[in-house]
Design a protein around this ligand. Structure first.
Ligand code: TRP
Length: 448
């Protein structure tokens, strides 16, 4: 079985070395595993919550997209898209908003921190708090649940959000799943082995501390940043302690075991910090040089990036569009046309609750399913060019006309006017298939 791995990258900044070692590199490695089905996306709706500078939003989306591609993400294997290209996400956000407890969201760390700060300053508790900030976890739950992700690699600060996605998904399953798991309940994954890089001053590398090393700056920018790494004041010739050196920690994150051992020995033997910085520069320049070139080439062709991301969105919507159709069904947003007329209720129990579910494919065509009383699929129609033709066919099926059912494999096909218009799923065996045919006949028998 494949494991679906999904993660989002908020598009508010320019990727730095810490992002690369802590998130980008491990995610790309994970996406290459044989059993991995990776969904990586630019969380640009989330970015709007934190940033109201359109230039910065746009620049960051472009830079982050180029970074992931330059670092080797294979978009044929992984699904790589912008959140804002998937209209199903905000729609699902609303469905989830309607089941998410306000009390649950009151407990979200980011919202609480804002409120606490306001209270401390004697302000109105909700001063400056937008509904975007408050609902941030619901949007994130939609990101995750939309694609039924099993694993969500995130930083520690995001664990609570993944747990909220579980809570909200579970509640939705309970309310609307009729015993079925509509949503897979996701798990947060914290990559323990992954390096958390120290920044230039030894605190965690982070934009908010202004202590980052740019990932794809010029060689000069890289050199200048490395020159600013804080070291102790030991002179060349004096033994250095690698285990108490940020410079060594940074080196370690990118070096082979042999390189690490050699560098360690040199430091202990008194290598000067200036030379040590030169070594780190060479290592990083080698690790990132090719990717840097690819990055700049991509940044210069934004139209190509646009195409890649739109293709990614189309791939993602192949999953999202039909699934959202099911969810709309589940909550009761159903087509009137597809409604099976209720019988008089006395003996046609199955007919009473079997139903047609129509939905739109991503290419704009229309299809329907016929579900039995228990919600199991009996038929999936072919694609129709418009909703009207789909509706006419489903209406004819309910008109009492004799059904032309033809067995095929462990299932059956339904023919109308010398054309196969719908097929059943494959059933476990012939008995299950016959039972399904029986349920289908009952469901479509005209009410008396
Ligand atoms: N909130 C995440 C962060 O700031 C980004 C994100 C948005 C995300 N949607 C997601 C991460 C879904 C994982 C899954 O890091």
């Amino acid at each position: 079985m494949t494991t679906r791995i999904l993660t989002g990258i908020t598009t508010t900044g320019t990727p730095h070395l810490g992002n690369y070692a802590g998130a980008i590199r491990p995610a790309i490695v994970a996406s290459r595993a044989a059993d991995a089905d990776s969904f990586y996306f630019l969380a640009d709706y989330h970015a709007l919550i934190k940033c109201d500078d359109p230039q910065r939003i746009q620049r960051s989306r472009l830079e982050i997209a180029a970074t992931w591609l330059a670092c080797g993400l294979d978009v044929d294997r992984a699904t790589f898209y912008r959140q804002s290209d998937i209209p199903e996400i905000p729609e699902l956000t609303w469905l989830l908003t309607c089941v998410a407890g306000k009390g649950l969201l009151n407990r979200a760390h980011a919202y609480k921190a804002s409120v606490d700060k306001n209270v401390e300053l004697g302000e109105d508790p909700d001063a400056g708090v937008t509904m975007g900030l408050f609902s941030y976890p619901v949007l994130m739950a939609a990101d995750i649940l939309m694609f039924n992700a099993h694993k969500v690699p995130v930083g520690r600060d995001q664990i609570q959000h993944v747990e909220m996605a579980r809570d909200i998904g579970q509640r939705f399953n309970h309310l609307f799943g009729q015993g079925k798991e509509l949503f897979t309940l996701p798990e947060a994954v914290i990559e323990e082995g992954v390096a958390t890089l120290p920044g230039l001053d030894g605190r965690k590398m982070s934009k908010s501390y202004d202590n980052t090393i740019p990932l794809f700056g010029s060689a000069k920018q890289l050199k200048d940043a490395i020159a600013r790494i804080v070291t102790d004041s030991k002179l060349p010739g004096e033994a250095k302690d690698p285990d108490n050196s940020y410079l060594f920690t940074l080196y370690q994150a990118f070096a082979s075991a042999a390189q690490q051992a050699e560098f360690r020995a040199e430091l202990v033997a008194g290598l000067g910090w200036g030379d040590a910085k030169q070594r780190l520069f060479q290592l990083l320049d080698r690790e990132l040089g090719e990717a840097r070139e690819r990055y700049h080439a991509l940044i210069e062709k934004p139209a190509e990036l646009e195409d890649i991301l739109l293709a990614g969105a189309a791939k993602a919507r192949k999953v999202a569009t039909p699934f959202l159709g099911e969810l709309r069904e589940a909550v009761g947003l159903r087509s009137f046309r597809a409604q099976v007329q209720a019988g008089d209720g006395s003996k046609k129990k199955a007919a009473k609750s079997a139903r047609f579910v129509s939905f739109r494919e991503e290419d704009g065509s229309f299809r329907f399913r016929l579900l039995d009383a228990a919600g199991e699929q009996l038929l999936l129609s072919k694609c129709f060019a418009d909703g009207k033709s789909a509706g006419q066919v489903s209406k004819r099926l309910q008109s009492g006309e004799a059904l032309d059912l033809r067995e095929q494999g462990e299932g059956f096909a339904l023919w109308l006017d010398a054309e196969c218009i719908a097929e059943s799923p494959a059933f476990a065996d012939a008995t299950a298939c016959q039972a399904a045919i029986q349920r289908l006949r009952e469901a479509l028998a005209p009410a008396e």
